[in-house]
Design a protein around this ligand. Sequence first.
Ligand SMILES: [Cu+2]
Length: 384
Amino acid sequence: MTSLLVIIVLVLLAIALWQLTKIFDLTQVGGEADDSQIANDGDNNTQGYLMFGFLAFIYIFTIYGLIKWSSLVLHTPASAHGDDIDNLMNVTWVLIFIVQAITQVLLHYFAFKYRGKQGQKALFFSDSTKLEVIWSGIPAVVLAVLILFGLYAWTNIMFVDEDEETIVVEVYAQQFKWTARYAGPDNVLGKANVRLIDGVNTLGVDMSDPNAQDDIVVSELHIPKGKKVHFKFRSQDVLHSAYFPHFRAQMNCVPGMVTEFAFEPIYTSDEYRQLPYMVEKVANINAIRTKKSAELVAKGEPALDPYTFDYLLLCNKICGASHYNMQMKVVVDTPEDYKKWLSEKPTLVQEVKAANAPKPVEGGVETDSTKAKDTAAIAKIAMK
Ligand SMILES: [Cu+2]
């Protein structure tokens, strides 16, 4: 509401200013003012110097942004291949930075230097092969190197050795939640199909498939440190994108097909929480939360819980109204803790059996009283 009022006030102020300038123009009638609509040298000088003003704005804003927001970057990668992605990213940034710093200065300087002057004519020449070779050749070579570097990193990261021992986990996307399925001791996921979705079998796993008998379905992702995890992504409805920011991994989840990605976590959740940068970040967040809590308590509302860091799986494809909240907690355990956690989970077969088991008959009295209440309620509605 406040922001709407601020916008209205700003618009009204702009209109008032515009009207004032019009009145000012009218008072100048008969004066020496040049109102020819054709730019004179004075106008051209102003525009020329404004070019420098704009250049200064770009650089000041860039430097300001770097200082103010640099603490928000993802920092230390939590996966084995993370450094490769970060290196690629950093090299690209540095290149863009150098090129942009040089070209923007030149662009604005020449715009100033060759600003309009009375009686000055532009020089015409049709082409210069030498110039064109230079300004096409340099970017072509730089881009080729960047792309080759990128391709090399990409094939390295995406390569999954079929003989290598991996843990197979399915990540299932739907509006607006994630579910994970572990392949169990056989390390092979059972077949699945959206048409088989039924009751607790929310992933449509084919219960007649021998490979599905030991599959485990969970709503919190646990993965062990130091083991390569082979993710297979599916989507039930629309395009989603599984994004593990701390592990530098992202893969689209496409209805009707399985996409894959594998990575190896290198810090357990606890170890990552102990990293100095994370300790500082969490302390900052909690300082903000404490301040906010004080305001809330003063208003008689409950205080905020202190924040602890957790890895997250986020959806990075705008998939609908609750897209922003489509996330799953990811826990990196030590291999022992991971084994223990998984061994305590029931298999999907067990879950389906439990859900289909005939319900024990509840106490007759209670059922009767519930029934009586219902009848009374229906009678009440009927009377109205
Ligand atoms: Cu989504």
